[in-house]
Design a protein around this ligand. Structure first.
Ligand code: NAD
Ligand code: WQD
Length: 339
């Protein structure tokens, strides 16, 4: 049974990926410093899969702890690196926190991959690297635009670091550029756990419907889109998790090829904010209190993926609909409020 290290494995996307990996027969070791997650997630994963992943509470910013971890855990076949800070606004306020947490940790991990001859590395990148695209849908060949936030910059720099390392070491890597992940596991035992006021659309919607927030603000209805609200590619987090499993299988099969590949991971379909709200109301029967307000600074008009490369090369395609994702997000929100 191949042993896979998942950093940030108690976080939103990481936890769903741990479930998918365990279900596909991998042995998983999770490291997380719990800065944006909790130990309850470990219980949720174990409830779903019937297997507790090995867990080590580790802060990847502390180099000597990272070194010690890799000395203790041998036979790691691959690393999936989710751990990072992800709040765009916070990164503008505190860029050094982001450069430390998103870049130092990557360098330390890659140094240990080198030292221990670990050849397979998957990195969580983001569609944020495309900025405001010149044409839609976006392919992986679209230019990476000058980053508008330190967070976005860390994703661009990380991809460059990995590319450079792959060109000289026996490292194979895949960077997955996620579009907008939403939803929760179908069992509602794991899901997104935003700290404080959610910045992202779907958790804000579910919290508003649950009465935790009074009203959702829709940021702008004067964009050049069909209904004036921004368009994004919302992907079910379980589909995103599955993409990691196939990416890992590809790396394990192609061992030693010194390659760095990038894949868009989205559905290929754009949905506007108002379409998301309508779909949410339809699948849940809830009436959402919302109002249109001014644009949010920094938002791009429309982004959605061309997923041909992931479809053809990875043999992966998003299976779940946005409606299913919204339903699962609502089930998760209700479950959270019960406990
Ligand atoms: P998350 O915050 O839920 O998960 C990240 C996990 O990493 C958390 O459990 C956190 O405690 C842990 N972590 C952070 N810093 C750490 C450190 N120094 N040492 C150990 N653990 C640490 O975020 P997520 O939404 O699951 O995102 C996972 C990855 O995907 C991130 O790299 C993020 O930038 C990227 N991404 C997320 C989105 C999104 O919309 N959620 C979109 C594109 C890319
Ligand atoms: C989606 C749409 C908002 C909240 C962010 C990061 C990106 C990536 C994914 C990590 C936009 C609108 C939102 C609200 C609203 N993360 N909205 N009212 O901005 O596409 O992407 O998460 O890599 O880097 O920037 O996602 O969920 O914040 O917004 O109207 O209360 O919903 O304007 O059009 P975004 P989001």
């Amino acid at each position: 049974m191949k042993k896979i290290l998942v950093t940030g494995g108690l976080g939103y996307i990481g936890s769903h990926t741990v479930v998918a990996l365990q279900k596909s027969g991998f042995k998983v070791i999770v490291v997380d410093n719990l800065s944006n997650s909790s130990l309850d997630v470990l219980e949720g994963i174990t409830n779903i899969t019937g297997k507790a992943p090995v867990f080590d509470r580790l802060d990847l910013r502390i180099k000597q702890d990272v070194v010690a971890f890799f000395k203790e855990h041998t036979d790691i076949s691959g690393v999936i690196h989710f751990a990072a800070s992800k709040a765009v606004g916070e990164s503008v306020e505190n860029p050094l926190l982001y450069y430390e947490n998103n870049l130092n940790t990557l360098v330390y991990l890659l140094q240990e991959c080198k030292a221990h001859h670990i050849k397979n590395f998957i990195f969580s990148s983001s569609c944020t690297v495309y900025g405001e695209p010149d044409s839609l849908p976006i392919t992986e060949n679209a230019p990476v635009k000058s980053a508008t936030s330190p967070y976005g910059n860390t994703k661009q720099i990380s991809e460059e670091i990995i590319r450079d390392v792959c060109s000289v070491l026996e490292l194979n890597s895949i960077a997955l550029r996620y579009f907008n992940p939403i939803g929760a596991h179908e069992t509602a035992r794991i899901g997104e756990l935003p700290v404080g006021v959610p910045q992202n659309l779907v958790p804000f919607i579910t919290q508003t419907a649950a009465g935790v927030r009074e009203q959702l603000q829709v940021f702008g209805d004067d964009y050049p889109t069909t209904d004036g609200s921004c368009v994004r590619d919302y992907i079910h987090v379980s589909d995103l998790a599955d993409a990691h499993v196939v990416a890992l299988q590809r790396l394990l099969k192609n061992n030693n090829q010194k390659k760095f590949e990038i894949f868009n991971v989205g559905t290929g379909k754009g949905s506007s904010v108002l379409e998301v709200i309508n779909a949410f109301e339809k699948v849940t029967g809830e009436n959402l209190n919302y109002k249109i307000v001014d644009r949010r600074p920094g938002d791009v008009t429309a982004v959605f993926a061309d997923t041909t490369k992931a479809n053809e090369v990875l043999g992966w395609k998003a299976k779940r609909t946005m409606e299913e994702a919204l339903e699962s997000a609502w089930k998760w929100e209700q479950q959270l409020r019960k406990s």
